[in-house]
Write a protein that binds this ligand. Structure first.
Ligand code: C2E
Ligand code: CA
Ligand code: CA
Length: 568
């Protein structure tokens, strides 16, 4: 039960547990409170713990006698306060002993009532006030916490980190980001209820571990958890303990794998957010790593961070000063005796005034994180459309050009409209501009993308699924996809022609494509041998260094001229 649900329950009478070994005391307090509260009782420590556990979702307060035979009140209190599901329950201790009064307040009791009992009105006033305070606290908690996992949400977590720092000036601390590998696939294959369950399991176990290490944890977003704890915490052990615990609870044998990025001994002059950005970069550095699942922020990542910051800063000026240029890589149809130029792929490059020629792998992922990609892609799409139109005019033929659509663009509500405008503005038709969307975008949010793609196809655009084979689509999903071309990821070509030549996988993909009535493009083809084998097994469209690297438009024009010459 989360706090909001619990608050809702409070609209009736609040429930109070009275724990006292003496019958006379229980009935004295009972008589005093029965009109205002719903009462339950326990006459010793272990009975009290049982009642508390059974009623943890409805209890508003515990009145706890400290002196009892067997398990005494202090022990009960310690158990409550060390159980993370119970620790927020307010406890008022009843005692005749001043010393244990102080001790119990230190352990976490909210208040105390002395024995012999004071005036009835004093007792009820203390009880009412404690209940009220605890409910106020709960309302605050409801806004501080992520409802799914009941961990802090990010905003509050950042504030608590600041408070922690203020109170622990001499403690060195680490910031860490914990992520679940391929969480999208977990959701896609087993459903979001299952995904939610995984998130709760990770949250609970992580919280248990982190609290025991005197740290704190929050759920930042989706499958990302942030941890802040004293330096020296054994993250290897943390990851192993949490993973082992979750996997031992899973019915399926699909293991959940976690990865973690750590920024050690944080610089406290940095805003909290920046510290976790660094941990996040370290976490990203082991994203697809097979060698390990712990990334530590180091000088190499720091250099990259500075480089990235510079690129982001320079972006606006680069667009204004036309520093981005579009290169074109030809695709050839190899079905006949001679390869025939069929189309091109537009690939962006950055002519940076200080860094020189920067490749997209350096800046595309970065711009995807902060939304700049939309601006850049719009620019590239326009350039490509303009190029189609220009070549059509000059050479009298259409060279269709495919452009890359980032997975971020898919969420742009104006996407369809944008393409419509681009085509109209440049006087081309929609089937002359091909749209490449990476397979992983489909697995990220199949519904959204299928909707967008359907709309685009209705307008006549052709859709190519890029990097096919890397996105873990299920066969089930693929059969429903509205696509025109499957573009084999380069790694298949690599694998198929590695030491043990084995083109079986590619053959299967070609069969899938036939079933979908989609064409297949192989990219990353570098040798004559690769080209010939692909042709033999029925893959007719080839892109790769074997024909040409991506080149500037002036160079590409050479290929167009060759084509025209061959056709006359
Ligand atoms: P991609 O869409 O999979 O593009 C193919 C990449 O493979 C290109 O890298 C291309 O130069 C490279 N390539 C082509 N043939 C061969 C070959 O035979 N051997 C090898 N080793 N590589 C080959 P590039 O241009 O560096 O682009 C990298 C990625 O950046 C692209 O992968 C694409 O995902 C992204 N990208 C490029 N331009 C844009 C753009 O304008 N917008 C967006 N959103 N992404 C872009
Ligand atoms: Ca592409
Ligand atoms: Ca690709």
């Amino acid at each position: 039960m989360n706090n909001e649900e619990k608050l809702y329950l409070f609209n009736g009478k609040r429930q109070v547990l009275i724990v006292d070994d003496e019958e006379i005391n229980r009935s004295l307090l009972g008589n005093l409170l029965e009109n205002d509260y719903e009462l339950i009782y326990a006459s010793n420590g272990s009975e009290a713990i049982e009642q508390i556990k059974n009623n943890k979702d409805t209890l508003s307060l515990i009145l706890l006698d400290l002196i009892m035979p067997g398990m005494n009140g202090l022990e009960v209190l310690k158990q409550i306060k060390s159980d993370f599901q119970l620790k927020n329950l307010p406890v008022i201790v009843i005692t005749s002993d001043r010393e244990s009064e102080v001790e119990s307040l230190n352990i976490g009791a909210s208040d105390f009532i002395p024995k012999p009992y004071p005036q009835a009105s004093v007792i009820t006033a203390r009880i009412n006030r404690t209940v009220e305070l605890s409910e106020d606290r709960m309302i605050i908690n409801a806004t501080e916490c992520d409802p799914l996992t009941e961990l802090f949400n990010r905003e509050y977590f950042y504030r608590y980190v600041e408070q922690y720092d203020a109170h622990h000036k001499s403690v060195e601390t680490d910031a860490a980001v914990v992520n679940i590998n391929h969480f999208n696939t977990v959701n896609e294959r087993f459903g979001t209820d299952y995904g939610d369950m995984v998130l709760r399991l990770v949250a609970n176990k992580l919280m248990e571990y982190v609290i025991a290490s005197n740290g704190m944890v929050c759920r930042s977003e989706a499958d990302k958890f942030l941890v802040y704890c004293p330096h020296g915490t054994d993250f290897d052990d943390m990851l192993k303990t949490v993973s082992d615990d979750i996997n031992s609870r899973m019915e399926s044998n699909n293991r959940i794998r976690l990865r973690i990025g750590v920024y050690e001994k944080v610089n406290r002059d940095l805003p909290v957010e920046r510290r976790f950005d660094r941990a996040n970069m370290a976490c990203d550095s082991v994203k697809n790593s097979i060698s390990g699942n712990i990334g530590i922020y180091n000088s190499a990542i720091h250099e990259k961070e500075l480089f990235d910051e510079q690129l982001i800063e320079d972006f606006r000026e680069a667009i204004e000063k036309n520093q981005f240029t579009v290169y074109y890589q030809p695709k050839y149809n190899v079905q006949g005796d001679k390869p025939v130029l069929t189309s091109a792929e537009a690939l962006v490059r950055w002519n940076h005034p200080t860094f020189g020629f920067v490749l997209p792998s350096e800046f595309i992922p970065l711009f995807e994180e902060n939304g700049l990609i939309q601006k850049l892609d719009n620019y590239v799409w326009n350039e490509a459309a303009k190029q189609i139109s220009e070549w059509k005019e000059r050479f009298g033929i259409t060279i269709p050009i495919s452009v890359n659509i980032s997975r971020v663009d898919v969420y742009d509500p104006m996407l369809v409209e944008t393409f419509k405008e681009i085509v109209e503005k440049n006087g081309i038709t929609s089937d002359e501009l091909l749209l490449e969307i990476t397979e992983s975008a489909y697995t990220e949010d199949p519904e959204q993308i299928i909707k967008e793609v359907k709309d685009l196809r209705e307008l006549g655009f052709k859709i190519e699924m890029d990097d096919f084979g890397t996105g873990y689509s299920s066969l089930n999903m693929i059969s429903e996809l509205p696509i025109d071309v499957l573009k084999l990821d380069m790694q298949f070509v690599r694998q198929a022609f590695s030491k043990r030549k084995d083109t079986k996988l590619i053959e299967i993909i070609i069969e899938i494509a036939e079933y979908l009535r989609a064409a297949v493009v192989a990219e990353g083809v570098e040798t004559q041998e690769q080209m010939a084998s692909l042709k033999e097994i029925g893959c007719n469209i080839i892109q790769g260094y074997y024909f040409s690297k991506p080149v500037p438009p002036e160079v590409f024009e050479g290929f167009i001229k060759e084509k025209i010459y061959a056709e006359c």
